[in-house]
Design a protein. Structure first.
Lengths: 491, 95
């Protein structure tokens, strides 16, 4: 059974073989039959209306490459008139009064919204087990052995892997696009910090958050990224750069490409089967003309502790807006204002969110700010400097995306710190603001997918996608459908 | 780094989070374990290093000081749990 990529669907729409209405109806049907719990909200009427509008535009002569293609959006992006929950009880009643810039940009390109995908609450998690709306199942597992899809963009990854959406948006603060992509055999890209506007994207950690695509291939991801990026004056951290076509370099040959392999990414804690798959991939790149260099990122082990100060600290500030006053949940039991705040937040937030808010509050509090937050920000610069040094001798840095393949539901949910270790290879790219991707690299002895992680210097997304795409021309890991994926002929 | 219950209650109060007695030990233990993870960074020498607030060290843009937004108060206030006459209603603050 072949899986349909965004690129293939775009071609079918372009040639008139299928209409956006038919395509959207097909995916809406698949979603309604799915038991993965990948979606929180599906507005069929709105999706069909957008599809009809796209078909009308095409009939009027518009032939944009993404016109009429249906996609799913992580429920962290505001869409005017739609429930936007961030996987939280706090926002269960919140209907967004405006649309996020990333979504508005994609709408301008004619993309159709299938629905809002499930996620770890407020983007804090690596397994999609902390959502108020329940866990998401990985289509690479089965009913006897439920596996997590990764997180926090678990719903987006599960939907694409199950082929109930051709592609989806996600967000990545410490690995939340790349880690689920690795667990679900997908291509996930986090662009350079500032490429995608954060206006309308509910904030978790403002200096780390970035929107990005989750798709079946680098070619698809490039198309998605083209529709998502661009300067936005409403986001003070948005990069003011001319529009770029991230597909432009896909076919550049890799002869002479310098690949850096950091010693620190192949140490203890990495599943040996994943190490083997990554090493085989590196050999593949050598056969394509690349040159391999062993390098060192000596401060790598400071990335996880720095992140678990910076991210919670910024989260504690960003989530202070959820106080029951202007929107969202408000507790009914309170005698005064402070009690209202305390009970509203206790009722509205789940345990992981509360843990991170408290760590963040502690790290920013008087007497601890210098030892924790200021120290973490200095370590952040040290880590970023290591990358600058390595990029003087390499074009791309590679390694495994995750230390393990998808784990069983409930496997790590009792131990927050064990859960945090999932992001050990992905976090450095967020701290340094670098563009990074995870692409399928093969399967372990349990037929579970693993991801190859790639990082390029700032603003080199086109190059990053080229390096990924060339691998996908020589291998077909990314085309293997998940066992529980939708099969044509399924009812 | 082990936190005691008093400290956890102070943090929860600063964060405006109500923690029940039944929940206290789990949060105390979890937060202590997270701080153990974080402890790895404490003694690292960072003398002479400037803190990094933005990965590309960008500075905030300025714009002309002119009104560009429309009044959408009623649209936004329609979302409020309790509002009247353009005001958000909340329980009184007791001294």
């Amino acid at each position: 059974m072949t899986l349909k990529t965004l690129t293939q669907l775009s071609s079918l729409l372009g040639s008139g073989e299928i209409s956006s209405l038919e395509l959207t109806q097909d995916y809406l049907h698949r979603i309604s039959q799915s038991d993965l719990n990948a979606f929180i909200t599906v507005d069929e009427a709105m999706a069909l209306q957008q599809a009809r509008a796209a078909d009308a535009q095409r009939a009027a002569g518009d032939n944009g490459i993404l016109l009429g293609v249906p996609v799913a959006h992580k429920d962290i992006f505001c869409i005017e008139g739609m429930k936007t929950t961030c996987g939280s009880k706090m926002l269960d009643s919140f209907v967004a009064p405006y649309t996020a810039t990333v979504i508005a940009n994609m709408n301008q390109h004619g993309l159709v919204t299938l629905g809002k995908t499930n996620m770890d609450e407020f983007a804090m998690g690596s397994s999609n087990e902390s959502s108020y709306y329940g866990n998401v199942a990985n289509p690479w597992g089965d009913s006897s052995k439920k596996l997590v899809p990764g997180g926090s963009s678990g719903g987006s990854a599960a939907a694409v892997a199950a082929q109930i959406a051709p592609a989806a948006t996600g967000t990545d603060t410490g690995g939340s696009i790349r880690q689920p992509a690795a667990f679900c055999n997908l291509t996930g890209v986090k662009p350079t910090y500032g490429r995608c506007s954060r206006y309308g994207m509910v904030a978790f950690a403002s200096s780390l958050d970035q929107a990005g695509p989750i798709a079946h291939s680098a070619e698809d991801a490039a198309l998605m990224l083209n529709s998502m990026t661009g300067f936005d004056h409403r986001d003070s951290t948005s990069l003011e750069l001319p529009a770029e076509d991230f597909s432009a370099e896909l076919d550049t040959p890799l002869q002479g490409l310098k690949i850096g392999l950091p010693d620190e990414f192949f140490g203890d804690g990495l599943d040996p089967e994943i190490a083997t798959l990554v090493e085989a991939a590196v050999k593949q790149y050598e056969a394509m003309g690349a040159v391999i260099k062993r390098v060192s990122l000596p401060n790598s082990e400071l990335a996880l502790p720095s992140y678990y100060v910076i991210a919670p600290a910024e989260a504690s500030s960003n989530l202070s807006r959820f106080d029951g006053v202007r929107y969202g949940h408000r507790s009914e039991q309170h005698d005064d204002l402070v009690e209202m705040y305390m009970r509203t937040r206790a009722e509205g937030f789940g345990a992981e969110v509360k843990r991170r808010i408290m760590i963040g509050t502690y790290a920013l509090s008087s007497g601890y700010y210098d030892a924790y937050y200021a120290q973490a920000q200095k370590l952040r610069r040290i880590i970023a400097n290591d990358f600058n040094r390595v990029f003087e001798e390499c074009d791309v840095i590679m390694g495994p995306t995750t230390p393990s393949t998808a784990f069983a539901e409930g496997g790590k949910s009792d131990d927050p710190v064990a859960m945090y270790l999932n992001d050990i290879y992905t976090i450095p790219a967020n701290l340094a603001g670098l563009p990074a991707a995870s692409i399928p690299v093969g399967f372990n002895s349990d037929n579970l997918p693993a991801g190859l992680h790639l990082m390029c210097p700032h603003l080199q997304e086109a190059r990053l996608l080229n390096i990924a795409h060339q691998f996908q021309q020589e291998t077909d890991w990314h085309l293997k459908p998940a066992p529980a994926a939708w099969v044509s002929g399924d009812e | 780094m082990a936190l005691d219950e008093t400290t956890v209650r102070e943090i929860a109060s600063l964060a405006r989070l109500h923690i029940t007695d039944a929940e206290m030990e789990k949060y105390r233990s979890d937060l202590s374990n997270i701080l153990d993870l974080v402890a790895q960074m404490e003694n690292h020498d960072t003398s002479g290093i400037k803190p990094m607030t933005h990965p590309l060290d960008a500075v905030l843009r300025f714009r002309t000081d002119e009104v560009t937004e429309n009044d959408q108060r009623s649209k936004f206030q329609a979302l409020a749990p309790n509002s009247e006459n353009g005001l958000y209603l909340v329980p009184k603050v007791i001294d």
